[in-house]
Write a protein that binds this ligand. Structure first.
Ligand code: 8YV
Length: 327
């Protein structure tokens, strides 16, 4: 075990983490914690980094696309407090021999739960219903207005059938949904939860009363939910996204929400978040959340501890469980 002694590895932790994880990392490393949780700029992180052997960052940090290319050479490992690692270049890390780890598995259930919340919330009007009550407009309800959309018995298309996609499929089955999915490869029948595989994304779209984005943000998936994809959905489909904002083209989605091509959308992630396209705020048929897919105490603690496990393994000379770079 790395200890806290003068020779123990120095770790810069960019944001506050759950208290148990902060205590643990402080007992294992010479860790610098961000006690007041003030966001650090990329330049500030780079400037400090030369005093550290490892960085514990998160997808909240605005690191920029060439961060790893320019990070000081003292840094041997970057552990990100997220399953997504689109904010870090694995290519740059490989070429500089810097290890990068993420936090899969431990946020699967929490994120799948939020996906179902978005499906239900967007379909049944959680957002406008909440506003009606708060704004004392409940009395305007009639037998025919307001109305949401059924979820039970509908078809759900899942883009990306990794751990989170599978957990979404499992939950959606309990709501009586029929599941379709598109991924690069089919998953085993046990994992697919009786879902129908479409090797071509375009072939899945006409089967999606609901479309859930559960894939990683990569050069291939960025902008994948564009005008053309939306036009292949059944009229009045519902879109939900708990993956990354840049997988959807906001102009196309907003136009589809305005025209009624999309009946509703549930979004937990946004391009450029937390600065989102302001047009979303003006639409009544969207259910918006502030990127809370993994935001429960148990999940955030498990994520932070997963980062720490990876750091411990690395500095003990073992291969970290969640190593993304070449070993
Ligand atoms: C947050 C996430 O970004 O794990 C991910 O990829 O999107 C979320 O869990 C994370 O908690 C903050 O780093």
């Amino acid at each position: 075990m790395p200890g806290q002694g003068p020779d123990s590895p120095r770790i810069l932790v960019t944001r506050r983490m759950m208290p148990d994880a902060e205590r643990r990392i402080s007992s294992l490393f010479r860790a610098s914690l961000n006690h007041d949780d003030r966001p650090m700029s990329r330049d500030e992180i780079l400037e400090k980094a030369h005093q550290y052997d490892g960085l514990l960052v998160s997808s909240l940090d605005k690191l920029g696309p060439d961060f790893i290319a320019v990070v000081p050479s003292s840094v041997r490992i970057i552990a990100t407090h997220s399953v997504g690692y689109d904010h870090l270049s694995i290519e740059q890390a490989n070429s500089r021999g810097i290890a990068v780890t993420n936090t899969p598995d431990v946020l699967t259930d929490a994120t799948a739960d939020i996906t179902l919340l978005l499906i239900l919330g967007a379909a049944r009007g959680a957002s406008w219903g909440d506003r009606m009550v708060r704004e004392n407009r409940w009395g305007q309800s009639t037998l025919i207005s307001p109305l949401g959309h059924d979820v039970s018995g509908k078809r759900l298309g899942i883009l990306g059938m990794g751990r989170i996609g599978q957990a979404v499929a499992h939950r959606a089955r309990a709501f009586g949904m029929t599941i379709h999915y598109h991924a690069r490869k089919p998953v085993s029948a046990a994992k697919a939860c009786e879902a129908v595989y479409h090797s071509r994304f375009a072939d899945m779209l006409p089967n999606c009363d609901f479309l859930s984005v559960n894939c990683a943000s990569t050069p291939e998936t960025r902008g994948m939910i564009n005008r053309e994809a939306l036009s292949s959905l059944p009229d009045g489909a519902i879109l939900v996204n708990t993956a990354r904002g840049d997988i959807i083209d906001d102009d196309a989605v907003i136009a589809a929400l305005q025209s009624g091509k999309l009946a509703a959308a549930g979004l937990d992630v946004f391009r450029g978040e937390p600065q989102i396209d302001p047009r979303y705020r003006t639409l009544d048929n969207v259910f918006l959340l502030p990127h809370i897919g993994s935001a429960t105490p148990g999940t955030r603690s498990a994520m932070a501890n997963r980062c720490i496990d990876n750091l411990v393994q690395f500095f003990e000379g073992e291969r970290p469980t969640d190593l993304l770079t070449r070993g």
